[in-house]
Ligand binder design. Sequence first.
Ligand code: FO1
Ligand code: 5AD
Ligand code: SF4
Length: 372
Amino acid sequence: MLNNKHWYDMEFADSEDLHALILEAGKVRDSYWGDTVTYSRKVFVPLTNMCRDECGYCTFVKHPDNPAANIMTLSSVSETLRAGDQLGCKEALFSLGEKPELRYPKAANMLNALGYVRMLDYLRDMCEFTLRETNLIPHVNAGTLTETEIKQLKPVSASMGMMLESLSMQLMRRGGPHYRCPDKSPKLRLQTLENAGKHQVPFTTGLLIGIGETWQDRIDALLAINDIHRQHGHIQEVIIQNFKAKPGTAMASVIEPDIDEMLKTLAVARLLLDPSISLQAPPNLQQHHSDYLAAGINDWGGISPLTQDFINPECAWPNIDTLAESCTAKGFQLRERLTVYPDYLTSEYVDASIINRLIASADVSGLVTTFS
Ligand SMILES: O=c1nc2n(C[C@H](O)[C@H](O)[C@H](O)CO)c3cc(O)ccc3cc-2c(=O)[nH]1
Ligand SMILES: C[C@H]1O[C@@H](n2cnc3c(N)ncnc32)[C@H](O)[C@@H]1O
Ligand code: SF4
């Protein structure tokens, strides 16, 4: 409680309240995560940029008629993975558009030409290839997933993720960012979190901030994530990601969330969520690293020495040494981690053969497999 208000009812916190909120959130982070802040060295594999959805903020998506629309071939996947492997990456982040073959015959044909009917079958085989041919470990970010799809992907990946983004139905209406986006239905997204929980998949989710959601929508989404985690225990991290406006999209002129809005959301997330859930914010979408640390984060997510952030290509990754210095200046030490957090390195959560690979790759590089 701050000035007799419950902290998460503060739609318009004044700067004094915000400061108090941040201090509390920082304490929670300190007590659970200590002074270690982590990141995952990854290579990004945008398996396809075609998608059956058309989110109003997304420049990653390409219509099949666009000459830039593509599905990566085995050889380009292989080339990317090998280059990442050589640069010491541990994670292969497969991030892709959702089931384009169900909407566009042209996408279905491109997939057929590679010998597949369903994009997720191709994804499974590419994950299998990654495990067989490289030292990298797949993390799958393919949007909504059914139980069958999760069962299919679990043996070939260490962890999976999908941004819940928001539970607001308003965003689905005509003129909203999720109009004509069947996979952004809050019901389907919650179902995906549930499906992953049932099958004990270490899972990443998160909120996209500034796409037209209300403050209450954010609280509702955080509470829903926490509830699902209480039932299944599988949410290893929550990302609080700020919307970036992109020229050429429907949301090109929408104002991006300001730093106070982000800090308030981060602090509330840290106070609302189970302390064991890692709180992540991408380091390339804003310049306020010290403030973010103060507001309770303990992780920067994936950083790539090789590939750009294909979803926000205009936002370069920070130099890892520079980021480490910002952390040190605030009393934290930056450490590399695996795509799976230490608590989830058990055979219920990860296929036994993948666990061995994870532990081996951590040992070789002196990574964190336990937090002190
Ligand atoms: O480079 C990015 N990595 C993204 N990642 C990867 C993330 O940064 C980490 O590499 C993984 O979460 C591993 O912990 C996501 C992973 C998910 O499961 C769900 C959503 C995202 C979103 C992004 C993203 O927008 N850009
Ligand atoms: C990988 C995640 O990236 C997010 N995403 C897609 N477009 C943008 C944007 N313009 N700004 C910030 N995040 C975005 C989506 O939430 C997706 O789930
Ligand atoms: S954000 Fe994901 S679901 Fe939305 S259009 Fe882009 S690729 Fe498709």
